[in-house]
Design a protein around this ligand. Sequence first.
Ligand code: XMP
Length: 329
Amino acid sequence: TWTMVNIVDEQVDKIRAQIGERGKAICGLSGGVDSAVAAAIVQRAIGDRLTCVYVDHGLMRKGETEQIERDFVAATGAELVVVDAEKQFLDALAGVTDPEEKRKIIGREFIRTFEAAEAEVLGDAVTGEHADSVAFLVQGTLYPDVVESGGGAGTSNIKSHHNVGGLPDDLEFELVEPLRTLFKDEVRLVGEQLGLPGEIVWRHPFPGPGLGIRIIGEVTRERLDILREADAIAREELTRSGLDRTIWQMPVVLLADVRSVGVQGDGRTYGHPVVLRPVTSEDAMTADWARLPYDLMERISTRITNEVREINRVTVDITSKPPGTIEWE
Ligand code: XMP
């Protein structure tokens, strides 16, 4: 619609005014809609002076990294650096089963990896002829985040940045937040307007620690692959049923330390269960378990147990929040 065109043009003008010719910008992509739309707008404004960084921690769902590498880049023409950090994350997570410990480790490794990439991307911005440049950090902050954190629209964008190893202490970082005045549904419309892939624009919320907190037990490459297959089937069938926009989220959880007896094909199996966790919600603070149609649940169950050898049982979580949280960890 014309309104969304206006929002894009207005933001592009604003960003050009803010950044001018002063330096380079960097934007971390998470795979979600906010960072993708923020990056796409800034790309329109300053082209290849923006570099996007995507840390592949190996905990993403099937196809998500390719969506960023291939489809996001094709749609926007943005410069993208993909850091393959799967081994680093899995090594750090080896033997860890406690949910908060997992979160801490993933968060720590993420910052470490992102900062190393940041130093590399911005390195030549602070040497030689560009010695007085500013580094711009693009963030997909939405209006509700701005209100929640008590900073009214239009507050100062200057941020004293955390110390990034490899960059001089006096390099100034400045925030660029093209979505500061928008609500989530507006961000999605802008994303469509910018021609971003539907899978990114309409993606359900997905936690930063990714599948790492949807494997109950230790996180290993093998377990991640099993969960990725099951999750891809569940998502595909949910989308096919037309319920994507009715359901807030549907985590698929792998009970990796639980085994149960089953019978598949010619014989007895001793496999793992997965849990479907479909919920409806307004804001994730509270949630109701979603009454999925029986035929949809049947298709998901049949396909997962047929197509994923290691899984012989599919269960559905019928707990609301509270008392259950949406994620299992
Ligand atoms: P819970 O499980 O607390 O989740 O009901 C509420 C919402 O937050 C997401 N979530 C996370 N997001 N890092 C994130 O970025 C996290 O560690 C995390 N834990 C939960 C969850 O997917 C749901 O949308």
